[in-house]
Design a protein around this ligand. Sequence first.
Ligand code: PLP
Length: 397
Amino acid sequence: MPDKATGATTLPIYQTAAYNQNSAEDLEKIFSLRKLGFTYSRIGNPTTATFERRISDLERGAGAVAFSSGMAAISAAIMNIVEVGDEIISSAGLFCGTSDLLRELKSFGINVRYVTDNRVENFAEIMTSKTKLFYVETIGNPKLDVADISSLAELAHENNLPLLVDSTVTTPYLVRPLELGADVVIHSTSKMINGGGNSIGGIVVVGKNFRWDVEKFPKLAEFKSFGAMKYLARLRAKVLANFGSCPSPFNIFLTNVGLDTLALRMERSCQNALTLASFCAENKNVEVNYPGLKNNFYHELAKSQFGNRFGTILTLKFGTKEKAFGFLNSLRFALKASNIGDARTLVIHPASTIYLHSSETEKLNAGVTDDLVRVSVGIEYIVDLLDDFGLALSKTW
Ligand SMILES: *Cc1c(COP(=O)(O)O)cnc(C)c1O
């Protein structure tokens, strides 16, 4: 959409801390949430607002709040409703930053209980009266387990609980969790949404349907007048404003450029990932995990939930750490880097890097073994990727 004021075809960067208003009355109204407008860029910024609306529309949400990182978005989404004594039930195949965060929450009096195999019955079994939310990743990074979003949403809602879903790995191109019944969707926009690996960012998108009963979620009582939008209102007015993890408009600009090509990059990367996974699966010395492979435990669920696409991440098991390292060092094109969701193919040995400080149980839960390599597949010409991986695999034994 061109800029209304000037017709500029790219998103204007409002590099400003604050905003002048025409009258003291206007400023008062905006501060008391009786009029829409901008006051201070920690709480809202026009560049950021446009990006928030785009992602919210893609997810079919009621609205969204952007944050300085994916971790900030996850923290905010949780902190918006939990209090001392509350419990979270989460799938165990989590991104390492998220499992570190959930461990950290213990010191604030918030307990987390894990379901290790993503089965809906197990969520039901460990639920208590203290449970405040369900938390899952659409496709666990790097375990690559798949959450059954509609069944989990059904169970959550029967118990008056919201379902929070981290959809970083899938993006709105593969699935719109809100349409399947989820209540809050979180993205690390540092990954595929940006696509160029040039900015850290996160976003929380809120659905339209969950009622957020104030008896169950007393923190939201102050925002009662917002009805079903109280979670969204509090997220911006309290959590973003007080914790202060706002994004920079310039990072939003870069990420918004990436968003324009999300569909093309996802299509290409998913295709590349499937081809590469099938190619590696032919080599008897390596074990491939990718939901797109027919023998994968989650294949049918992934196929129906994600429209016959299976994401851009696969993992390879080599038997030993030495072989995994040998493979990594033999690759010529793939970058050895800790992120995912880049236009370029990225590889890493999670156990010695991003999971270095995790406990054995956390590693086990996340499917991180000593011989595991994670591959985030980019948009390169597939023949080049197959050549690179083929040569490295031939050298590893
Ligand atoms: C990277 C990532 C995050 C954290 O996002 P940052 O932008 O790095 O803070 C959260 N969840 C998943 C699945 C991720 O891959």
